[in-house]
Design a protein around this ligand. Structure first.
Ligand code: C2E
Ligand code: SIN
Ligand code: SIN
Ligand code: FE
Ligand code: FE
Length: 380
């Protein structure tokens, strides 16, 4: 039974010329994309256009292969389903495409997604998507043929296969890149925490400095991408402390001059550890480690850089780091009251800190304090 509503949405098949144009145009956009979500959306649009389906969903197989998930699909938001259920699950188990033109009469169909979304599925195509080594990475699913005949054909399957083959490689690259980047983030974060742990500062210090840096970066006008990069890199600012002897690092009192000279080497040491990497995040981390104790007036260390000669990442992390250090207990000092901290930032505007950044700091203060409350340290 087709409702009046459906008939209004009725569409005609693309002619071969239109089909080629649609494929070439979309594949060109897909191959330029790096964001998984965007690729999935473009693939869904392509599938829907090519075979006159009402909805199209690209399901991705989870790492452990137990579930399929999709973040973007026509008509649904984020959904996870077991990878052995429904038509999609059968396509994986059989390692073969499936066409069904009367879903509710087919026992392979699982109506639970319909029940969640209130949608009525009649016809379905499900087609495995393969990675470079022939392994299944997901499923291309189209629902409800919108032409007069209202049934999916083998021709539709062929077209969807074409779309899957041409977009599958881009999709796989994007997935792999995301995995690499996630791994890098983990490693960097863990190394940053290791550096902090020795100096008995709780792990939340690196988390807070990361978030403060991100907020300050956005507040002073850096792009979202640069702000994200700094958020990933700034947890490494003190990695060089791993080379500082405990007697100095954990001294519960003021350092004498000689001790402070040794302490100061942590900036250069951090830079030496990181500088040879060609990875984007580690390069940024090297800059941050090297320059987070430089001062705007040129009186910082290790290089005594001045003003804008200090990389913006270094200037931002300097502020984030001191804001956090002053607000936290250290082995050698108690946390300061907020008022005293804010007074210091006003006083050091143009001296220790970039004046534009101090302005950005005060503009973003509410958000910064939010982070401070969210990532409080364990009881001291
Ligand atoms: P940290 O404790 O995380 O401090 C980071 C930065 O915050 C310091 O860089 C400094 O700019 C600022 N800061 C922290 N506490 C105070 C404070 O009480 N007053 C003021 N005016 N600023 C403060 P700085 O000075 O280059 O020190 C680098 C690191 O050297 C410190 O990191 C800490 O690990 C160590 N350190 C510095 N002074 C002492 C000390 O007297 N005793 C011990 N045990 N360690 C110290
Ligand atoms: C199924 O694969 O059986 C259900 C999929 C859906 O309706 O989205
Ligand atoms: C910190 O633990 O963040 C402060 C140390 C430093 O910046 O040298
Ligand atoms: Fe430091
Ligand atoms: Fe720090």
């Amino acid at each position: 039974m087709r409702s009046h509503d459906d008939r209004q949405k009725e569409r005609r098949e693309l002619n071969p010329q239109e089909m080629l144009e649609t494929i070439f145009e979309t594949i060109a956009s897909i191959s330029k994309e790096k964001e998984i979500d965007r690729i999935l959306m473009l693939m869904a649009d392509l599938g829907r256009e090519l075979i006159c389906a009402d909805r199209c969903t690209i399901w991705l197989l989870s790492d452990d292969k137990a579930t399929l998930w999709t973040k973007v699909a026509h008509g649904i938001s984020a959904i996870t389903i077991p990878s052995d259920s429904g038509v999609v699950g059968h396509a994986i188990a059989d390692n073969a495409p499936i066409i069904i033109n009367d879903a509710y009469a087919d026992e392979r169909f699982n109506p639970s997604v319909d029940l969640q979304t209130g949608y009525v599925t009649r016809s379905i195509i499900a087609l495995p998507i393969y990675g470079g080594e022939g392994e299944i990475i997901g499923v291309y699913q189209a629902i409800n043929k919108m032409t007069d005949e209202a049934v999916f054909s083998d021709d539709d399957l062929k077209r969807l296969k074409l779309a899957a083959i041409y977009s599958g490689a881009t999709l796989e690259t994007a997935i792999t890149n995301k995995e690499i980047e996630d791994t890098q983030k983990d490693v960097i974060f863990t190394m940053g925490e290791a550096g902090e742990m020795r100096s008995k500062e709780t792990g939340n210090h690196v988390k807070r400095v990361a978030e403060y840096s991100y907020i300050l970066a956005l507040s002073c006008g850096l792009s979202k991408a640069d702000a994200e990069l700094l958020r990933m890199a700034s947890p490494m600012h003190d990695i060089g402390k791993i080379a500082i002897p405990d007697a100095i690092l954990k001294k519960p009192a003021k350092l004498d001059e000689a001790e402070f000279e040794i302490m100061k080497t942590h900036a250069e040491t951090g830079y030496q550890i990181l500088k040879n990497s060609h990875r984007r995040i580690l390069k940024a981390a090297a800059i941050v480690a090297y320059e987070h104790h430089e001062k705007y007036n040129g009186r910082g260390y290790p290089q005594g850089l001045r003003g804008e000669d200090i990389h913006i990442f270094g200037r931002i992390t300097a502020l984030a780091d001191v804001f956090d250090a002053l607000g936290s207990d250290r082995v050698y000092k108690k946390a300061w009251e907020l008022e005293k901290i804010l007074a210091l930032f006003k006083e050091e505007k143009g001296a220790h800190f970039d004046p534009a950044l101090v302005d950005a700091f005060f503009r973003a203060l509410d958000d910064l304090l939010d982070i401070r409350n969210r990532f409080v340290d364990g009881a001291h």
